[in-house]
Ligand binder design. Structure first.
Ligand code: TYD
Length: 136
């Protein structure tokens, strides 16, 4: 596992003169079974989110509206992605420290997640994250 596994997934986009429609199916467009959706919105100017890691959680992060930047870090390598289209999602595998920033005022960040919310799956502290990275 590492940042090389964090990739942009292009979702289907059905377009006609009424507009666009995209969709996501578990285990088909995303490599996990979807158990939770959450979203960030009304994001304050200059605010950043994330700055944590997950032990087991897999996610697909989508800029449903507006745009923002996400940095992924596996404790060795880092990658930066700019998300700005509702039919593009960033797949984030387990054991990745992530940081979301540079949100546009209209940004809505939707996250599809493989597990229910569980605080014990989080690394809230970068040092704790690095300790487990080094053990692997
Ligand atoms: P958190 O994951 O820390 O978001 P961020 O890193 O972007 O600030 O979540 C913020 C708060 O929301 C935290 O108290 C946990 C709570 N929360 C839930 O209760 N359920 C969820 O599904 C999520 C994602 C967060």
């Amino acid at each position: 596992m590492g940042v090389h596994e964090c990739k942009i997934i292009e979702l289907p986009k059905m377009e006609d003169d009424r507009g666009s429609l995209s969709f996501v199916e578990s285990d088909s467009h995303i490599p996990f079974d979807l158990q939770r959706i959450y979203y960030l919105y009304n994001i304050s100017e200059g605010a950043s989110r994330g700055a944590h890691g997950h032990k087991k959680l897999q996610q697909l992060v989508i800029a449903m509206s507006g745009h923002f930047t996400i940095e992924v870090d596996d404790g060795g390598d880092k990658k930066i992605f700019h998300l700005d289209k509702p039919n593009l999602g960033l797949y984030v595998c387990p054991m990745i420290w992530r940081h979301l920033y540079d949100f546009s005022p209209d940004a809505v960040c939707v996250v599809l997640a493989s597990l229910h919310y569980d605080e014990s799956d989080y690394y809230r502290n970068y040092e704790d994250f690095m300790k487990d990275v080094k053990k692997q």
